[in-house]
Design a protein around this ligand. Structure first.
Ligand code: NAI
Length: 248
């Protein structure tokens, strides 16, 4: 039997990159999947991947930083599928520049999507998950939230916040058998990193003991592990997926 037979998952930022890889793998392992992104039409490719795995799919047009839209999406998922077993908070953005040049808008935008968005979705699924006495939430943080990075103080703060939120929510929800964990990816090849200049990419590569950038599937595999019963005694944990770039 597939690992997630009969389960329902919700993935944010599922249109491309890491979120798309997570949605696809969840479907291949038996999940029906609700996909969220800023524009529903961006989700067409991911819809095809879920359907090709023979699973049900539903799309929600959601800006994760908007509470009303988040609540409506979670209600829509519960209405459509009857429950929600797994939430993956993956949607995230960067607006990189040195702190002395960073605008208030760039600070607010990154904190709103990465941190507030994770809070809003976690809060929205907490009630149905607590009621059903089971659930797994996996947050996509970043190693930058652990070690910081010049030019990314907004992003680093948002991801450190996601890690602290993960641990706090884990403590609040553990008694109801709802687990909350995080992955902390290193340098993963997606559109988010494709825009970085060649010299930055080269410098990054020098810092990775495994001497290669990660693929979205590398992250998806660990997300699936944390969402699965194989991790049934793990909560509040942060697993780096970074080719050894950060060793805890
Ligand atoms: P990406 O830019 O390829 O994909 C992000 C997805 O999130 C897009 O589909 C985008 O439309 C969606 N999104 C952005 N803002 C949104 C909002 N307000 N509401 C709903 N959806 C929104 O990025 P990638 O690389 O796949 O990143 C996914 C997650 O992984 C992010 O949280 C990112 O911070 C994290 N991460 C990525 C790393 C990398 O090297 N690519 C490293 C560490 C963490």
């Amino acid at each position: 039997m597939a690992m997630f037979e009969g389960k329902v998952a919700l993935v944010t930022g599922a249109a491309r990159g890491i979120g798309q890889a997570i949605a696809k793998k969840l479907a291949v392992e038996g999940c029906d999947v609700a996909l969220c992104d800023l524009k529903a039409e961006w989700l067409a490719e991911t819809v095809g991947l879920v359907e090709a795995a023979g699973r049900k799919v539903k799309c929600f047009e959601v800006d994760v930083s908007q509470a009303a839209a988040v609540d409506a999406a979670v209600s829509g998922v519960v209405e459509a599928f009857g429950k929600v077993d797994i939430l993956v908070n993956n949607a995230g953005i960067t607006k990189d520049t040195l702190m002395i040049r960073m605008s208030e808008q760039d600070w607010d935008a990154v904190l709103s999507v990465n941190l507030k968005g994770t809070f809003l979705f976690t809060k929205a699924v907490a009630r149905p998950m607590m009621k059903q006495r089971s659930g797994a939430i996996v947050n996509v943080a970043s190693i930058i939230g652990l070690i910081g990075n010049a030019g990314q103080c907004n992003y680093a703060a948002s991801k450190a916040g996601v890690i602290a939120l993960t641990k706090s929510a884990a403590k609040e929800l553990a008694a109801r058998n709802v687990r909350v964990n995080a992955v902390a990816p290193g340098f993963i090849q997606t559109r988010m990193t494709d825009v970085l200049p060649e010299d930055v990419r080269k410098k990054m590569l020098d810092l990775i003991p495994m001497s290669r950038f990660g693929q979205p599937e590398d992250v998806a595999n660990v997300v699936l592990f944390l969402a699965s019963d194989a991790a049934s005694y793990m909560t509040g944990q942060v697993l780096p997926v970074c080719g050894g770039m950060v060793m805890q």
